[in-house]
Design a protein. Structure first.
Length: 133
């Protein structure tokens, strides 16, 4: 699932992030890149808190629906729009079966060793990076 986010930047301030479909979920960052990365964590954390309270995360609307919503006219002013993936941290690992080219697997293992990670940890961090960036 992906959510539209508004990013605002006022002079002498950090980049602020808000989600029109997830009221109360906000984030910020000193750079645009940091704000976008922090938005992924904020959305995940907000979803976790809602679920802990027995609520559900609202369904995301598409870009056209966000642009057409008259109630968001003021919030859209001066905003950059971006798409933020919902990456849930469930706190539990699941074993899966994945097929990879032998050469790619060797490269993964070498890179994991250099970072002091297991193969699984390396693959998980690489996938998370790809989803977020």
């Amino acid at each position: 699932m992906r959510y539209i986010a508004f990013i605002h930047k006022e002079p002498d301030s950090a980049y602020g992030v808000s989600f029109p479909d997830v009221p109360g979920c906000i984030s910020a960052g000193d750079t645009l890149e940091e704000a976008a990365k922090n938005a992924v964590e904020a959305l995940s954390g907000h979803a976790r808190l809602l679920e802990a309270d027995g609520e559900t995360l609202p369904q995301p609307r598409g870009y056209d629906a966000i642009l057409a919503d008259p109630s968001l006219e003021e919030e859209r002013l001066g905003a950059m729009l971006t798409v933020v993936p919902l990456v849930r941290d469930r706190g539990a690992t699941t074993r899966i079966n994945v097929s990879l080219d032998q050469g790619l697997l060797e490269a993964i293992d070498a890179a994991a060793r250099l970072r002091g990670q297991t193969r699984s940890a390396f693959i998980a961090s690489a996938v998370k990076h790809e989803l977020v960036e």
